[in-house]
Design a protein around this ligand. Structure first.
Ligand SMILES: [Zn+2]
Ligand SMILES: [Zn+2]
Length: 429
């Protein structure tokens, strides 16, 4: 890198080159904070001057990965600024919510020790920040656990299961890391949203960088979840049942490279929760779709952010798909558009030519073996209901052993909020 003066303050020695501009450390941090401030410029995040301030409740989903640590650091600096004026009152409180998946994923360190270090590092007691740990197994309490089966004719059914299902049972039929990650993503998103509703939160701040949003756009497309892209990329007020929540991605203009520089400068590495699996050493087919895409964006991210930002900009232009069928997916709760299962039925017609060679006959025998449906007993059929699955969830469940997954099917949404509050296993510190 060319050394020289910082192009912003023209005073300090530059230490970072970003977007072809030289920055000193202070100016770089201010530059990144400025990007966050732009997306959190609404009045709800500003200081208040009246005595009876009702603070906005803000949820910060925290994976203890790089981006979420950077956003936490920036929010703390925002609080620092807001308290400089002794008459001003901080306008919002932050609930840092970690969905603890350590029962399903193994980590090199544990979140308790990370949190202790964090609390030693920042003078948090001055600010309205709380930390909440929600066990991933809480998802089992949010619905009636049932066995969902995707049948060969693309219909799907649910059979009321036992109430003693564990997280291991959910992932039992899971064929690989990619579909495990897909189901985990669905669970984390649902727990965060339901927690936010149950707590009466008015905002959710997702810490995705521009790179991880681009990564989501491609990965969702590959996973057949393209109809979710508009939801993932659009910031704004979203209805959740009876509530309305402002969903914001404050770091959506920062690349992963910039996030990594920020982490280094601020010494945030020691607060990272590090998974035991390192995808760098895996073959592509062992990686999750997000990891493959991430790896690709890492190689383009270092030189130029054009590709990454183009993907995000293009994705952000997508609106809600047309042709909502009035059906909701029993797994991800997403709206189902364009009746994908009907479409599949239509393109997979069965009037084929008979097998001719030995290889073809053998293939047909194998296919018939694999496609013989397990018989449903009378007892089961009494409690079996037809359900709807979106295309993405159908693909994932179709890969599970026997096309079957144990899943807590959502109860009547109206009675859900109270149920969730009492059922979440929450470890508030
Ligand atoms: Zn400078
Ligand atoms: Zn779904």
């Amino acid at each position: 890198m060319d050394t020289g003066k910082c192009s912003r303050c023209k005073d300090n020695e530059a230490t970072v080159l970003s977007r072809r501009e030289l920055f000193c450390q202070d100016c770089f941090i201010r530059f990144i904070c400025g990007k966050q401030r732009k997306h959190m410029g609404s009045d709800r995040y500003k200081v208040k001057f009246s005595d009876d301030v009702k603070r906005e409740k803000v949820i910060l989903p925290m994976s203890y990965g790089k981006s979420s640590l950077v956003l936490l650091d920036i929010l703390i600096s925002m609080f620092e600024e807001q308290t400089k004026n002794p008459r001003a009152k901080i306008g919002f409180e932050v609930d840092v919510v970690h969905i603890n998946d350590s029962k399903v994923i193994s980590y090199q360190n544990e979140v308790g020790s990370v949190l202790r270090k964090l609390k030693n590092h920042y003078a948090l007691e001055k600010y309205p920040i709380t930390f909440t740990d929600v066990g991933i197994e809480s998802i089992l309490n949010t619905g009636d656990v049932s066995s969902l089966t995707l049948h060969k004719d693309f219909t799907s059914t649910s059979t009321r299961g036992s109430s003693s299902v564990t997280m291991d049972d959910i992932f039992e039929g899971c064929p690989n890391r990619a579909s495990k990650k897909d189901i985990l993503d669905v669970i984390v998103k649902q727990l965060i949203e339901r927690y936010a509703v149950a707590k009466g939160a008015t905002s959710i701040l997702w810490a995705h960088s521009m790179t991880s949003l681009a990564d989501e756009v491609i990965a969702l497309t590959v996973k057949g979840r393209g109809s979710e892209i508009f939801k993932q990329l659009t910031d704004g007020v979203v209805p959740f049942g009876e509530s309305e929540i402002d969903v914001v991605h404050p770091l959506r203009d920062c690349s992963l490279g910039e996030i990594e520089k920020f982490v280094q400068m601020k010494g945030l590495e020691e607060f990272l929760l590090v998974p035991s699996d390192s995808p760098e050493r895996m073959m592509n087919k062992q990686k999750t779709i997000n990891e493959v895409v991430e790896n690709y964006f890492k190689t383009v991210d270092s030189s130029d952010d054009n590709i990454v930002s183009t993907v995000v900009k293009t994705g952000a232009k997508l609106g809600e798909p047309r042709n909502f069928d009035g059906k909701v997916c029993s797994i991800c709760n997403g709206k189902i558009y364009n009746d994908p299962m009907n479409w599949l039925k239509n393109i997979t017609h069965h009037s084929n030519l008979p097998p001719e060679t030995e290889v073809e006959k053998e293939s047909l025998r194998e296919w018939l073996d694999m496609n013989t449906q397990t018989g449903i007993t009378d007892q089961e059929s009494a409690s079996t209901n037809e359900i709807d699955l979106c295309y993405g969830c159908a693909v994932t469940v179709g890969g599970f052993k026997q096309g079957k997954i144990e899943w807590p099917v959502r109860r009547d949404a109206k009675h859900e909020v109270e149920a969730i509050l009492s059922e979440f296993i929450i470890d508030e510190e």
